[in-house]
Design a protein around this ligand. Structure first.
Ligand SMILES: Nc1ncnc2c1ncn2[C@@H]1O[C@H](COP(=O)(O)OP(=O)(O)O)[C@@H](O)[C@H]1O
Ligand SMILES: O=C(CO)[C@H](O)[C@H](O)COP(=O)(O)O
Length: 557
């Protein structure tokens, strides 16, 4: 007797530095094979590939790097899993967001047209492009003045990371590129377009990053008040939305040739890396907060109720799963801040020790940092090296370390930074609870799970158990779950998540003595946070303005 080979789905996760494809069994979510492709150009933040220098706070990407994930990682993942294209019943993708690009009507990125290849604004802007803060400030000020009803659904502020600030920056700085952009599209939707040959839009990026609420984008009167040329901006976005977990289309012959998949394979609606991970971590029920902890952290939480939480990134109906209000908050820099410490605050002696022992510098610093009592380093840090996404929503804030002495060691700084990111998360959890959105449990996912000391710090600082997603491929697994729903294997995302997702309960539990000690440090963090973040001292903004002025005038010494 022969049995049919098992049905599988493919989840493709497009991260900040790489993209990965994961083959998953539809029946139980077993991970059968995967492959990663590191982007050739990574984050373009110094100069364009052809040598055009970029100003501070810019972060771009190259669409070809994303296509290469389809071309290279997908066939390798199928081979790794030992499955044939016929077994793949559905494909879904997820992307960083708001990573957004200008294209022509047929989806061609403007940066790939010869006449625009030297123009920085023709390139996709990565989620952590932070140069549109003046535009974000203008949007917030104008929205407050004109009483825009949607503003409260974004915690009272629109981030410079989101679609409108980035698009307005293009219009103000390169009106030709703005005019040439027939479509202004999230990479999350653009990649689906590459697979299906037809434009589609998803409610997750449209809601959280595109300010679409109650079926509408901000109106023309509001947009023209920002800039006369911005009045028709939403025409570049308008397109029917495909619900999450629904099919956006089918794989074209061209995409099948590129990926090695079968023409006609179902492709699910696009999605965001953080939000899609909730399905993988079985964190879709109301009150379950998921923190996706990597270069940055996103906090995702579903609820039955609509509440306007000050400083959150956004609340969107059906934004994570149909039928619930999905909340997002976040920290723009977490692993990125630790990477900064590893890159810049470690003497050669440490690097040599790590090399000798065959471990990474993160691991070395972690090991040394773990061997000290709470507060033993005498330091307190603010985790704003990449600005503050929640609850202050200000990307012109910056990092701070208080308490440095001549005795301070690199591992002390590293530990203080780990703790600062945990305090940042606690600030977000507290903001939800204070606003009336209960956080009944806390689950973590993402690349930082490998740092057990860091995870324990989070449990101690939050003074609650931390559950973890039991997969190293959270977003790709979440996408594969969405693919199974789009393929009709499950009736909805929550049912598919129960069958295919997995989590380890109580992976970390708080130590009462450390939790009490962290309560005292957290009180100090809150004081520092409010002093520098809520107007007590505006020095961080003044320093940034001085830096911009200094870098824009030429004489150097
Ligand atoms: N052992 C470690 N401890 C803490 N942070 C780490 C460690 N190893 C890598 N990192 C940081 O983790 C981040 C990468 O996280 P990951 O989840 O893999 O990526 P992404 O967020 O891009 O999906 C980087 O910022 C890196 O500096
Ligand atoms: O803001 C986001 C989602 O809303 C970004 O996608 C996210 O912060 C980037 O993710 P990662 O740190 O995993 O690369």
């Amino acid at each position: 007797m022969t049995t049919d080979p098992p049905a599988v789905t493919l989840g493709i996760d497009f991260g900040t530095l790489s993209g990965r494809a994961l083959v998953v069994a539809v029946e139980d979510g077993a991970e059968l094979g995967s492959a990663v492709h590191e982007y050739t150009h990574g984050v373009v933040d110094r100069e364009l590939p052809r040598g055009v220098p970029l100003p501070p706070d810019w972060a771009l990407q190259m669409p070809q790097d994303w296509r290469d994930v389809l071309r290279l990682a997908v066939p390798r993942a199928l081979a790794d899993a030992g499955v044939t294209p016929d077994q793949v019943v559905g494909v879904a993708t997820d992307f960083t967001a708001c990573t957004v690009l200008p294209t022509t009507w047929d989806g061609t990125p403007l940066c790939e047209l010869p006449q625009y290849e030297h123009r920085p604004h023709a390139y996709p802007k990565l989620w952590r492009h932070h140069a549109a803060q003046p535009e974000a400030d203008l949007i917030v000020e104008h929205a407050q003045r004109t009483g825009q009803p949607w503003l409260a659904r974004y915690g009272g502020k629109i981030s410079s990371e989101w679609q409108y600030a980035k698009a307005l920056q293009v219009l103000r700085e390169d009106p030709d590129v703005y005019a040439a952009a027939d479509r202004w599209i999230e990479a999350a939707d653009w990649i689906v377009w590459q697979l299906t040959g037809a434009e589609s839009r998803n409610p997750c990026t449209a809601g959280y990053k595109g300010v679409r609420q109650d079926g509408r984008y901000p109106d023309e009167a509001f947009l023209s008040g920002l800039h006369p040329g911005f009045a028709g901006f939403t025409a570049k976005l308008e397109h029917p939305l495909t619900p999450l977990g629904a099919p956006a289309g089918r794989l074209t012959a061209r995409a099948a040739e590129l990926t090695g998949l079968r023409e006609g394979t179902v492709v699910a609606a696009g999605n965001v890396d953080a939000h899609v991970t909730s399905a993988a971590a079985q964190a879709l029920d109301p009150g379950r907060m998921l923190a996706i902890m990597g270069t940055s952290t996103c906090h995702i939480l579903n609820s039955d109720v609509l509440v306007e939480v000050p400083g959150m990134c956004g609340v969107v109906r059906d934004g994570v799963v149909p039928g619930l209000w999905g909340y997002e908050a976040g920290q723009s820099g977490v692993g990125d801040i630790l990477a900064w410490a590893v890159r810049t605050a470690v003497p050669e002696e440490y690097a040599a020790d790590a090399r000798r022992r065959g471990i990474g510098v993160h691991e070395l610093l972690t090991e040394r940092a773990a061997a000290q009592p709470v507060g033993g380093h005498g330091l307190l840090a603010l985790d704003w090296h990449s600005g503050n996404r929640s609850v202050l929503v200000d990307h012109h804030l910056s990092g701070l370390i208080v308490g440095l002495t001549l005795d301070t060691r690199p591992e002390d700084v590293y530990r203080a930074l780990v703790e600062a990111t945990a305090f940042g998360t606690r600030t977000i959890v507290d903001a939800f609870e204070a606003a009336g959105v209960p956080v009944t449990d806390f689950t973590a996912a993402g690349g930082l799970l490998k740092n057990h000391f860091l995870m324990q710090v989070y449990s101690d600082v939050l003074n609650r158990p931390v559950h973890v997603l039991a997969s190293a491929q959270g977003p790709a697994l979440g996408a594969a779950i969405h693919a199974a729903v789009a393929a009709g294997a499950y009736p909805d995302i929550r049912t598919a998540s129960a069958a295919m997702g997995r989590r380890q309960e109580n992976a970390y539990t708080p130590d009462p003595a450390r939790a009490a000690a962290y309560d005292r440090l957290y009180a100090e963090y809150q004081a520092l946070h409010d002093h520098f973040g809520r107007g007590g001292n505006d020095v961080m903004h003044r320093l940034r303005a001085l830096r911009s002025a200094a870098l824009s005038t030429s004489p150097k010494m």
